[in-house]
Design a protein around this ligand. Structure first.
Ligand code: UDP
Ligand code: MG
Length: 160
């Protein structure tokens, strides 16, 4: 059997999710599946920071609108840890376009507007792959802001 892949990934509750009062709902969904929160904070980011976070999108047509939305208010940033956390978190978040993200996912349950509308709001950000996750965790969190502890489930496994 291959060794389980413990990964860390970045999740943001975007300003549109914060103002809709969805912080608890979003966090709950990650806790429900047993992912471990190893860092969490509220931040209001600057245009410069937004460009670092979304560096892959800075040249795209939709970037000005995207930047406007991500700096519009405070975000909740969290680092989640677990087996294949990057893929599992993306599954829980749902596909980028809320119009087609399936019910049961965060974007599918709480938004519906397609990407053809430039100001579309899709509640959350989640790192797209492991490389992105490593970069984003490093951008948003210092080592001191990340914590090591054992969840009840991990303690339980140890006892078996
Ligand atoms: N976005 C947009 N229009 C597009 C593509 C993306 O407004 O045509 C926004 C949307 O908020 C999305 C973010 O830019 O969440 C980052 O795009 P990406 O393709 O990385 O999607 P994600 O990783 O967030 O699913
Ligand atoms: Mg992305």
């Amino acid at each position: 059997m291959s060794k389980p892949k413990i990964e860390r990934t970045l999740v943001l509750v975007k300003p549109d999710g914060v103002v809709r009062g969805l912080i608890g709902e979003v966090v709950k969904r990650f806790e429900m599946v047993g992912l471990k929160i190893v860092g969490m904070k509220m931040m209001k980011i600057t245009p410069d920071f937004a460009k670092q976070h979304y560096f892959a999108h800075v040249e795209k047509d939709f970037y000005p609108e995207l930047e406007k939305r991500i700096i519009a208010g405070p975000v909740i940033a969290a680092v989640l840890e677990g087996m294949n956390a990057v893929e599992v978190v993306r599954k829980i978040v749902g596909s980028t376009e809320s119009k087609s993200s399936v019910p049961g996912t965060i974007r599918g349950d709480f938004a519906h507007v397609g990407l053809d509308y430039q100001g579309t709001k899709n509640i959350v950000h989640a790192s797209g792959n492991l490389e992105e996750a490593e970069k984003e965790v490093g951008l948003w969190f210092s080592e001191k802001e990340l914590f090591e502890y054992k969840t009840m489930y991990e303690k339980h496994i140890e006892e078996e």
